[in-house]
Design a protein. Structure first.
Length: 177
């Protein structure tokens, strides 16, 4: 027992363990907690940005899908429109002015208006320059009345919606030999 008391008194001064500073420990915990909070905030911001980008992308894809579906549907209606236009272009004189025929013509005009409202625009006019991205040449003909490469006449109208060509115009094209 005496030895243990002597050992306690023989320790050099200044080598005793000082009690830990509770404020320093709290400061360290605060720094660690702040770093963790900053990390969580950064992760939340990234997740929010990713979700926003995902939402915009899905809205854009949905809009594109709707446009393409509408364009495909309108493409299926074009032969009906062509038939109606041909019927009225070849209407016998005896039927012009008939009430029933005028009613069908109003239906045709309404269909034209609805399709135009959806962004459908016709392609192909006589005397415009032939453009293979908008026209399909049915024939090339020698014609001195038209410059080389000009559309002589439109065999079948073409149509586009926005930048997308639904059907090129079928045309007769002049050529000079």
């Amino acid at each position: 027992m005496e030895e243990s008391k002597q050992a306690e008194t023989n320790t050099p001064a200044g080598t005793e363990q000082a009690p830990a500073d509770p404020c320093a420990e709290l400061r360290q915990q605060l720094v660690e907690a702040q770093a963790k909070a900053d990390n969580y905030l950064d992760q939340w911001r990234r997740s929010a940005a990713e979700f926003s980008n995902f939402k915009k992308r899905t809205e854009r894809e949905s809009s594109e899908f709707q446009r393409f579906a509408l364009a495909d549907f309108i493409k299926k209606l074009l032969p009906v429109l062509d038939d109606l236009n041909r019927a009225f272009a070849n209407l016998p004189e005896a039927y012009r002015g008939d009430g029933w025929v005028n009613g069908v013509d109003l239906v045709r005009q309404k269909l034209d208006q609805i399709l135009a409202g959806e962004g459908l625009t016709p392609l192909g006019e006589a005397n415009e320059t032939f453009d293979p991205s908008r026209h399909e040449a049915v024939t090339y003909e020698d014609n001195k009345d038209y410059e080389d490469g000009k559309v002589i006449s439109v065999v079948q109208k073409g149509y586009r919606m926005g930048d997308r060509i639904l059907r090129p115009a079928q045309v007769r094209v002049s050529r000079r030999s």
